[in-house]
Each structure stands twice: as C-alpha cells, then as structure tokens.
Design a protein around this ligand. Structure first.
Ligand code: MSP
Length: 510
C-alpha cells in the first residue's frame, strides 16, 4: 500500500480578493503534493475558504449583502485563483458547509465532555482584522488607539464566553515540541513558538456572543464558536472525521500544514493543544513561510499595489511565475517581488539555461539523428559524471523537499543544468557530426537522458512546460514518475519536432 501524504493550505479569509500571498502558499503546497505523487505517495491535498467570523460579517455588511451570498462569491474567486495557478488540490473545503459544521460540533462536544471547555466571561482586547485576542502587554499606542503587534487596531471586548483550558497544556506542548523537533519549521519559528509557550499560556476564549456569523455552540446557541477553532477544524473535516470509515479517514494526522508566519501560533500552539485535549492525533509538521513585499513595499489595498495572480500569469506565463515564487527566496524567509527580478530569472534560468539546452540538444537530434533517440555507445568519464549527477537528483531533492527547501532543491537541478551546458559546449556535438557520428550519437543521448531526469524532477514546479519537454523527449505519459526513471527509453524512439518551451521575455516597458 502507498504511504499517505496529507498537505493543507490555510483556508483563506473571504473578506479579501485572492492575491500573490495566497497564490504563494497554495503554489508551495502544490509543489509538495505533486512531488509526493511523482514519488509514489498516496496524496491528499486540501485547500479552501474560511468564511465565518466578525471580519467576514463586517465585510459583507459593507457590501450590503447577506454573509452567505457574500462568501459564495468570494469563495469562488479563490477556487478560480487555484485554477489559474495550476493548483492540483483534491478537495476544496468551505467552513459554511454542512460537513464542516458537523465536525466542529463534534469536536466541541468531545472537549466539553472531557472538561476542557468551561463557561466564563471574557474581558480583554480583540483585533477583528486578525481575529485574535491580545494581552495588554503586547499592545502599543498610535493616534490614541491601541495597536496589536500585527499593526491591527484592537477593541475592548466584554462578553460571556466559553474558554478552552489552554493553560493546562503548556508543559505537554513543550514536551511534544522536544520529542518532535521537526514539528515546526523553520527553526527560527520553532524557537519563537517555544518561547511563547514557555512564557505561560492563558485559557483561550473560544466563543463569542456579540455577533452571529459562525457555528453555534452545541447546546448554547447564544454563542458562536471562535472563528479560529472553527477554521482549524477544517483539516479534520476534510478527512471525513468523525467517521473513521470515511474514504479519507486514514489521512489524519496531516503530514504538513503550510502556513504564513503570521498564523504559526494558531497552528503550532492552539491546534495541537485542542487536538491533544480531544484525544486526537496531532499533525506531523507545520511550516511557516515568509511574506512578500511588492517592489519594496508592503502589499496593501490603500497603496494600490496588490498583485492579482491571474494578471501575472497572463503576462509572464504560469510556470515562470511558479518557478520565480519558489526560486527567488529561500522558503521561510521574507522576499520582495519585482518584475525585473522575475524577468531576469525567466530569461537567464528558464530561456537560456534550460530552454536553450533542450532546444540545442533536440534540434541536433532532429537534424542529425533522423529525429530518433540516438544509440548510446561507450561512455567517457565526462558522460558518466553528467548522467550520475542527473540520476542523483531525486535522492538529493527528497530531503530538501521534505523540509520545504524549494529554492535549494531547484539549485540542485540548476547545478545539473549548468553542468550539461558546460558539457554540450565542451563536447561540441555539432562538430562531431563531421568527425565521429558514433560519438555524436552518444553525446546527444547523454544529453537527452540528462534532460529527461531534469524535466521529470521539475514537473512539480512547472507542470505544463515540463510536460511539453517530456513530450519532445519521447517520454510516454505513463513513464513520468520517479520510479519510471530507472527504465531508459528504447533506442530509436521517434521524437516530435522540437519547439522552444521557454521563449525569452522582451519587456515592452523597458
Ligand atoms: N483564515 C486564516 C487561516 C485559517 S487556517 C485554519 C488566514 N487567512 S488569510 O487569507 O488571511 O491568509 C492566508 C495565508 O496567506 C496566510 O498564511 C498568510 O501568511 C498568506 N499571506 C497573506 N499575505 C501574504 C503576503 N504578502 N506574502 C506571503 N503570504 C501572505 O490567515
């Protein structure tokens, strides 16, 4: 039986239209999902929308529509974003669905039964924008207003509330982090989370009474569940929980929750505590990525610099955008999005390094080998060295991808591409044509072989372009996973006419 791999994106708030930040998280998860599928895992990839809470209720009111109508519309914009980014999710969850309400109610009941939730009264600071409670000590003042560390304005809230006994779970969480050093990545976030937990946890307010757009608390419908308890539960809902016979039940616990750094506390503190308190298994890993600025500035509606993923894709092409997002910044760190940097990577790395290598190789095969895969003769040490480097790629990439080291994994591939470019220049198959056709055939076959490994391992990042490249290399569709790499294609396989996969981008604004 195949090993299971369950990866999730955060579910996106529907108070906003999809932008580059959302596309980034989803693309990174998509690369994880595609890589694991090619590597023989049984993958479940989930994304969706977070539709309850005060923030969404207010956004709907501003538009003058009912919250459900509002969320239906924005949720479909997120579905469209997934489509335009080539996201291969297996399910799309909405927190307004019946299946989700049922899972949340069940989780709540279990926590109640175990004495983990009690009724009290909350008075304290709340930031609607973050849907988060803050301690007085965390706040600063600006223009006479209290501001949370995230920059969001807070308001004083006094209301009856149910509480989760989070304060009981601090030591167990610390023990859990110690035992599972890979639970939080990158390490800087792990340290941050551990020092937050060490500083002492207070019970968490988990219901609200001052608005109604949420899942009612079982047995006390004056309250709706705190939107983060509702939202986090989506990851369980999608596996069919609490039905342990559901077709996807075996995917729990999740292999990886990918999140932005702003929401690591919810995923790495509250979520495992809630699960442990309910007697349920905890996810294996939470990875927090960094944030993008746009041409050096924070992305914001008021600055008018919000980048719509669909526009970028229309202009630069899907795979170039996907490649750029994962290549430009070491995953986990913040990065800056600039068109100039994107164009430079497109032209240097995609069009020149990889595109030209494929085009040069394949057009020589078309012209001088009758468009058929040439026969490989005796290998020289240079040939063997290049092939060995290409064949080592899956082994090198696996541990990097498992730690979400996307840019490092791509760097490994580019080392091979650069070596192949040096090899083609040095071997000069175009000259061998006149002096030694047997050697020319070997060189070209070493190159097509190298390209096959390269294109195969790059499929998770650039699925469309690599499918085209594999077509041109004569690789049948059922021989494109990692396991198939071991079997060479038959000599003489007829190749289609080569066509450039990555055109150079000419900047009309330049
Ligand atoms: N609804 C919650 C998540 C609930 S998960 C149980 C939420 N939604 S969000 O839509 O505000 O953000 C979703 C993700 O988008 C976050 O992980 C966030 O980090 C990411 N990004 C939003 N803006 C971003 C950038 N400018 N750059 C990179 N990613 C950022 O939080």
């Amino acid at each position: 039986m195949k090993t299971k791999f369950y990866v999730t994106t955060p579910i996106y708030y529907v108070n906003d239209v999809p932008h580059l930040g959302h596309a980034y998280t989803s693309t990174a998860c998509d690369v994880m999902a595609r890589f694991k599928r090619l590597d023989g895992y049984d993958v479940f990839f989930l994304t969706g929308t977070d539709e309850h809470g005060q923030k969404v209720e207010k956004a709907a009111a501003r538009k003058g529509v009912a919250p459900q109508e509002f969320t239906d519309e924005v949720s479909s914009a997120f579905r469209e974003m997934a489509r335009s980014m080539g996201i291969s999710n297996d399910d799309f969850i909405r927190t307004t669905e019946v299946r989700h309400k049922a899972a949340c109610s069940e989780l709540w009941k279990r926590l109640m039964e175990r004495g983990e939730i009690y009724l009290g009264s909350y008075s304290g600071w709340y930031a609607v924008r973050d849907e988060a409670f803050y301690d007085e000590s965390e706040l600063t003042e600006r223009d006479g207003k209290k501001i949370a560390p995230s920059g969001a304005e807070v308001e004083w809230v006094v209301e009856p509330s149910y509480f989760f006994r989070l304060s009981n779970w601090g030591d167990k969480l610390l023990e859990f982090y110690e035992k599972n050093p890979d639970f939080i990545g990158p390490t800087s976030r792990r340290n941050e989370v551990m020092s937050f937990v060490k500083s002492g946890l207070k019970d968490l307010s988990v219901s609200r009474t001052s608005f109604t757009w949420g899942i009612p608390v079982p047995g006390d419908a004056k309250h709706v569940m705190y939107v983060w308890v509702d939202a986090l539960t989506n990851y369980l809902t999608a596996t069919g929980w609490p039905d342990n016979q559901a077709p996807r039940a075996e995917f729990w616990p999740a292999s990886l929750h990918m999140v932005g750094k702003d929401i690591v506390r919810f995923h790495a503190v509250y979520w495992p505590a809630l699960l442990m308190a309910a007697g349920l298994p905890t996810p294996k890993r939470v990875f927090a990525h960094g944030w993008w600025t746009i041409e050096g500035e924070k992305m914001s509606k008021s600055l008018g610099n919000v980048v719509a993923p669909g526009d970028l894709v229309a202009r630069y092409g899907l795979d170039a955008v996907r490649y750029f997002l994962l290549r430009e910044v070491p995953f986990g760190q913040d990065g800056d999005f600039s068109r100039r940097a994107l164009i430079s990577r497109m032209n240097n790395e995609l069009a020149n390094d990889l595109g030209n290598l494929a085009q040069r190789t394949l057009s020589l095969v078309a012209r001088h080998c009758e468009g058929r895969l040439p026969v490989r003769g005796v290998l020289t040490p240079e040939d063997s060295e290049l092939l060995a480097a290409a064949e080592a790629l899956p082994v090198k990439m696996r541990p990097l991808i498992d730690r979400q080291g996307f840019s490092e994994a791509l760097e490994e591939v580019w080392k091979v591409i650069r070596a192949a470019n040096a090899y083609i220049d040095h071997q000069a198959p175009w000259s061998l044509r006149k002096t030694d056709v047997v050697r020319m055939a070997t060189v070209l076959r070493v190159l097509t072989g190298t390209l096959r490994w390269v294109a195969t391992v790059l499929q998770p990042v650039m699925p469309g372009s690599m499918a085209k490249m594999l077509d041109q290399l004569g690789v049948p569709e059922n021989a494109r996973d990692f396991a198939a790499l071991g079997a060479p294609l038959p000599d003489g396989t007829v190749l289609p006419a080569p066509q450039g996969v990555f055109p150079r981008y000419v900047d009309d604004a330049a």
